[in-house]
Ligand binder design. Structure first.
Ligand code: NAD
Length: 376
């Protein structure tokens, strides 16, 4: 089994789909790993580090030649994979709904494309889940970025020159990113509150020492919700939530929003009128910016000023922690491929009827095979 690790070409991408640790582990399974020259540089991994772990370093054409599996963070266009052999696995965050043409290209090239974002949320797949591993870092970085943009300190400080009051931080959406945002804001010394539509998160918020702020008079989503996902809420719930947020938000210095609904635009949680009630100098970080935003007026990848409040449209925050983001991403890929490793074949064997394989396999034998793509 020959594995090629690509150097990412997407603008702004800093991560790498392998780290020396995963190269060693693949080698221990009997695979030969070739890393494209400088693939790890922006994540702080030198070519020598990879060589020290047992990988060869080569230009792309040489790395691809004879490769049985290609590991990437972002999916390349099929044109960037010239010389690849039919049947090779392409594993990464391939973004199939937005990059349909690229997926057609993978099929034409005879690649077996496997998209890691579609990993099902089941216990067995937890260690393979790139959305969780990258969201966790994004939740952390959102708070660090908010602290950097905030003109005051987070913790309470009692000094000879007087007292600095603690920042008040409010986290909206308590999934993987939200939980890490709560934990990070607490560590920095803020007074933290948080909300979600799923009732199971109430206890999680409390266990992190933060205050739950929940709509009480209209029922939200019971327990975890289906597979941990939220759905769109009724008008009645939305109105009750807007009222609750209005009374809470004016007292907050920092707001981190992370609310997402699968397959839908992000729910609008903060209106411009609500922003106007916040104290000038407050900071809002919208982690849902790329999905349409939880905050009215927010622009993905930009920081705008509204009523004296900085609204940061966070985009791909995991990229700003490239060493850790690469390590977690690379382990997700290793955990996936090694879970299906067949010792005798010396390669992963991906059964047709496996829940994970069915969810993430996009193309095979020249055809698109994933139901989410064939149905559309
Ligand atoms: P997500 O990114 O889909 O959404 C973020 C959060 O926003 C969720 O908690 C959601 O309930 C919340 N939200 C949606 N609409 C909202 C609204 N109108 N108001 C307030 N909040 C709203 O979620 P996620 O971070 O991927 O994870 C959610 C859950 O799934 C977590 O409990 C997590 O532990 C679980 N999970 C399990 C696995 C697994 O078992 N393999 C993998 C990933 C996540």
């Amino acid at each position: 089994m020959k594995i090629a690790v690509l150097k990412e070409t997407a603008p702004g991408e800093t991560r790498c789909a392998a780290i020396p640790e995963t190269v060693k582990k693949f080698s221990a399974l009997g695979a030969e790993v070739t890393v494209e020259t400088d693939a790890g540089m922006s994540a702080g991994i030198s070519n020598a580090d990879f060589e020290g772990a047992g990988a060869s370093i080569a230009a792309r054409a040489e790395a691809l030649s004879g490769a049985d599996a290609i590991l990437c963070v972002n999916g390349p266009d099929a044109g960037e994979l010239e010389g690849v052999k039919a049947g090779a696995l392409l594993v990464g965050a391939l973004d199939p709904l937005r990059r349909r043409e690229a997926v057609d290209g993978y099929a034409r090239a005879g690649l077996e494309a496997l998209t890691m974002e579609w990993m099902p949320r089941i216990t067995r797949a937890q260690s393979m889940d790139i959305l969780s591993s990258q969201s966790n870092l994004a939740g952390y970085k959102a708070v660090v970025d908010a602290a950097a943009a905030y003109g005051r300190a987070f913790p309470m400080m009692m000094t000879a020159a007087g007292t600095v009051s603690p920042a008040k931080a409010f986290v909206m959406g308590v999934g993987v990113a939200g939980l890490q945002a709560i934990a990070t804001a607490k560590r920095l010394g803020a007074q933290v509150s948080a909300t979600d539509v799923r009732s199971a998160t109430r206890e999680q918020i409390q266990s992190l020492g933060a205050k739950p702020i929940f709509v009480e008079n209209v029922a939200g989503i019971e327990g975890e919700g289906s597979g941990g996902y939220a759905t769109e809420m009724s008008d009645e719930y939305r109105n009750a939530q807007a009222e609750l947020v209005s009374s809470h938000i004016a007292k907050q210095d920092i707001v981190i929003t992370t609310a997402l609904i699968p397959g839908r635009p992000a729910p609008r949680l903060i209106s411009d009128a609500q922003l106007a009630t916040m104290r000038p100098g407050s900071v809002v970080v919208d982690l849902a910016a790329e999905a349409g935003g939880n905050v009215e007026g927010c622009v993905a990848g930009e920081t705008i000023q509204r009523h004296g409040v900085s609204v940061i449209g966070a985009s791909n925050l995991a990229r700003s922690v490239p060493a850790d983001a690469s390590a977690l991403f690379a382990r997700n890929l290793y955990n996936f491929l090694s879970a299906f490793w067949d010792k005798e074949a010396g390669a992963p064997v991906l059964p047709e009827d496996d829940e994970i394989v069915k969810a993430i396999r996009l193309t095979r034998d020249g055809k698109i095979v994933n139901e989410r793509l064939t149905a559309s």
